[in-house]
Write a protein that binds this ligand. Structure first.
Ligand SMILES: [Fe+2]
Length: 134
């Protein structure tokens, strides 16, 4: 189970709330394996995660533009990479089901990536907001 730890808090209420929801949707995908869910259920759960990732990144980017965040463009590029990773995960699942490769992608490209992203670049944006008094 992935959890939102203290070092993942940005201090921006909207972002922190959305990160919680994001993590709960990632956990739902992780749980599909242990529940031996049907391929259809797993695909739907991946899509449910994907929808929220797109919404959340969009909202985060709006906040960054409003805050005139100087690292907006690089941050947005990272978001696009992640959306691509979820697409690959979905394709991998559709092609081979819950294979070891799927588990590795889920652990590294989806879970590992987002934890690092939140702890580093999102927290950095949170600090920027604090210094700007936003
Ligand atoms: Fe982000």
């Amino acid at each position: 189970m992935l959890e939102l730890t203290r070092d993942m808090l940005t201090g921006v209420a909207k972002i922190d709330e959305q990160h919680k929801e994001l993590i709960s949707r990632i956990n739902a995908v992780m749980n599909m394996g242990s529940k031996s869910a049907s391929p259809e259920e797993t695909r739907k759960t991946i899509d449910f995660l994907n929808d929220y990732v797109i919404k959340h990144f969009g909202d985060e980017e709006v906040l960054q533009r409003q805050a005139q965040y100087p690292k907006y463009e690089e941050h947005k590029k990272l978001h696009q990479i992640y959306i691509g990773e979820i697409r690959k995960l979905r394709e991998e699942f559709m092609a081979n089901g819950p294979s070891p490769k799927f588990a590795v992608s889920l652990n590294n490209s989806i879970i590992g990536w987002i934890v690092k992203h939140i702890k580093n670049v999102d927290v950095e944006f949170g600090k920027y907001c604090q210094t700007k008094g936003i």
